[in-house]
Design a protein around this ligand. Structure first.
Ligand code: GUN
Ligand code: FE
Length: 465
């Protein structure tokens, strides 16, 4: 079903990635060799095309005619693909529409009607195709998606991610209470059974989960009965599949959880007591979690998706990312589109930086996140959150080539981007570090010239070769 054939590839030139939370590594005049499975098989420093083809190809038993070669031009660099650890594909048409609402009103006004409308599969095809194309164009190579309650529409999202070549976790949204009568699971049992149907579909289209993985998705505690959550916890125990949900985003939501689940110590305990707080659980938001809850999340090795654009847009609050990181919790970035207004993880990284500065302005100067940290959260941190830390998020031998080619050019006559002829230092004073900072704070999808997933070219900006 995949659209682009994958062959062997040689990437040459400048590469930037996050070595650790506080270190960006930049290497130039380097060659990265990617085999037909999309795996990086060698990285050679001080290597040009001549050296690569004449001395490295024979060692790898590669023939020149079989290899696609792509070199960075001045002002370009390869960067790992972004990982969106929390995004609602089904809310794509609503991106940017939130008015002055907060979470519960926002769900009823904008979100449930939009999601329900995707039971129409021709509409779902249009919405999901655009969502995938748009996120790929922003460099998102992996996305953890919420779909809708509908099994056929959810399975369609899995099909489309596979055909467009985007790595994805696909969640059929489970909710059996406090949701519109005509947009919910009929019973806890049917909620679990319908989740199994999507799991079976994905096993059929992508056996071995090379690109597509099902993810168990209780929407959030207020819209799930205890029976449904127990059933999904048992399903996780049986399948070891990942889980995603929302937690502690908004004060009214937290009050509701207290009222609905009075016998549990707190919001985090509700998930824990239903077998849903595990090392494979992605918790979106976690804006207002207590010390005790954060300690339990760390103990269970559950992960957090920080969604700063959404938390600001629907006025949820400012999550304390430094505090989470200091506790040793794994954190990644999520757009949470359309709670978040943008499908771009670069925008999420910028917003993570700004929100951390707002936390700092309340008196904790150490809360500020650095450029290294926000880019780490966007790539390696996200990879760990989705359980693929050993496969994606950086450029290392044995990892898969999920990457984007970034170009820092100038605007051409029709508003596109063109490369400069000189070095990246186009104004005569910028270092590579400055260049990366300018990309993060001023860049957008025009700078994302090409995108690969598992070695396959999945997006190329018109006119950018
Ligand atoms: N909580 C429950 N559902 C949702 C959703 O769709 N978006 C966000 N941001 N929070 C939620
Ligand atoms: Fe969300």
């Amino acid at each position: 079903m995949a659209s682009h054939p994958v062959g062997k590839s040689l990437f040459l030139g400048s590469f930037v990635h996050c070595k650790s939370l506080d270190k960006i590594e930049t290497f130039h005049d380097t060659a990265v060799f990617v085999d037909e499975k999309g795996v990086i098989v060698a990285i050679e420093p001080q290597c040009d095309e001549k050296k690569a083809t004449e001395s490295l190809f024979p060692k790898l038993c590669w023939k020149s005619g079989d290899v696609t070669i792509r070199s960075t031009k001045p002002g370009q660099f390869f960067f790992p693909g972004f990982i969106d650890t929390h995004i609602h594909a089904s809310q794509f048409p609503n991106a940017g529409i939130f008015g002055k609402t907060t979470l519960l009103e926002w769900l009823n006004t904008y979100t449930f009607p939009m999601e329900r409308s995707l039971a129409d599969l021709s509409r779902a095809t249009r919405v999901y195709t655009r969502c995938i194309q748009r996120t790929l164009s922003h460099g998102t190579t992996t996305a953890s998606y919420y779909a809708t309650v509908s099994v056929p529409a959810t399975n369609l999202l899995a099909d489309l991610c596979l055909s467009h070549g985007q790595r994805a976790f696909i969640g059929r949204c489970c909710m059996d209470t406090l949701s519109p009568e005509d947009y919910r699971d009929e019973s806890p049992e049917s909620g679990v059974e319908d989740t199994r149907k999507t799991i079976a579909h994905i096993a059929e289209i992508d056996p071995g989960n090379q690109l597509i993985t099902p993810i168990i998705t209780p929407r959030f505690a207020p819209s799930c009965s205890s029976e449904l959550m127990s059933g999904l916890g048992a399903l996780h125990k049986e399948t070891n599949l990942p889980i995603q949900t929302h937690i502690s985003e908004n004060h009214n939501e937290i009050a509701m959880v207290k009222e609905l689940f009075p016998e549990h110590a707190h919001y985090t305990a509700v998930y824990d007591d239903h077998g849903l707080l595990t090392p494979k659980t992605i918790l979106a938001h976690a804006v207002h979690i207590s010390e005790e809850e954060a300690d339990l999340i760390k103990k269970r090795e559950a992960k957090i998706s920080h969604c700063p654009a959404s938390n600001s847009a629907i006025t949820s609050g400012a999550a304390r990312v430094r505090w989470m990181l200091n506790k040793g919790i794994e954190v990644g970035l999520g757009t949470d589109m359309s709670g978040g207004y943008s499908p771009s993880i670069l925008e999420a990284a910028r917003q993570a930086s700004l929100v951390s500065r707002h936390v700092a302005m309340t008196g904790d100067d150490a809360a500020k996140l650095s450029i290294e940290e926000i880019l780490y959260l966007a790539t390696k941190g996200g990879a760990k959150v989705v359980g693929l830390g050993d496969r994606i998020g950086g450029f290392e031998t044995g990892m898969e080539w999920d990457a984007q080619l970034i170009g820092m050019g100038s605007v051409d006559e029709v508003g596109g981007m063109k490369e400069e002829e000189g070095p990246v230092d186009i104004f005569g004073w910028e270092s590579w570090d400055n260049c990366i900072e300018k990309w993060v704070f001023n860049g957008d999808d025009r700078n994302t010239r090409a995108v690969w997933v598992k070695g396959r070219l999945v997006h190329e900006r018109n006119g950018c070769k």
